[in-house]
Design a binder for this molecule. Structure first.
Ligand SMILES: [Fe+2]
Ligand SMILES: [Fe+2]
Length: 176
């Protein structure tokens, strides 16, 4: 069984990941409403990734016989002033999640729970990528205030479709 402080924190993180899912759906819907299909597509896909993270955490708790609670989530922000704001919010969110994931690793280590610490490693690596992607997109968005075609073209070129699944990713509940 994972250490109880880790189980409690991981259940909180499941809520954070579902909240990230909802927030990214809200960003995608905003971009769709602004006729920015590449930004919308990027955020719809990002939302699914966040749901995937939550379900990987659910599967870990199931596999280790720990308690899982299915959380409610706070309402996401869905009004934005321009195309830059959702990306600024997304970068903020990813930086916050990186801190949360590091805190999870620290909790596992303090408890001598190396199984849980190892589980968290994949998420540490994933967060480096997500923060890098969002900060690059935010910079492109800031250059695209006058011409949204700029960031739409960038996304079509640099993030064309579903990236191949990561074979090192933890199993997600309900996916197998
Ligand atoms: Fe996530
Ligand atoms: Fe993320």
């Amino acid at each position: 069984m994972p250490a109880q402080p880790f189980v409690d924190k991981l259940n909180e993180q499941i809520a954070n990941e579902f909240a990230a899912h909802q927030q990214y759906v809200a960003c995608a819907v905003y971009y769709d409403s602004q006729a920015l299909p590449q930004l919308a597509r990027f955020f719809y896909r990002q939302a699914l990734e966040e749901r995937g993270h939550a379900m990987m955490m659910v599967q870990f708790l199931l596999d280790t016989g720990a308690e899982v609670t299915t959380p409610g989530v706070a309402e996401p922000r869905s009004r934005f002033a321009d195309l830059v704001e959702p990306l600024a919010l997304a970068l903020d969110q990813e930086q916050r999640v990186s801190e949360q994931i590091n805190a999870l690793a620290a909790t596992a280590r303090e408890a001598g729970d190396y199984t849980s610490e190892q589980f968290v490693q994949w998420f540490i690596k994933e967060q480096i990528e997500e923060v890098a992607t969002m900060s690059a997109l935010l910079r492109v968005a800031e250059r695209s205030r006058e011409d949204a075609a700029n960031i739409e073209d960038f996304l079509a070129r640099e993030h064309p479709g579903d990236e191949a699944g990561d074979p090192t990713a933890p199993q997600a509940a309900g996916a197998g």
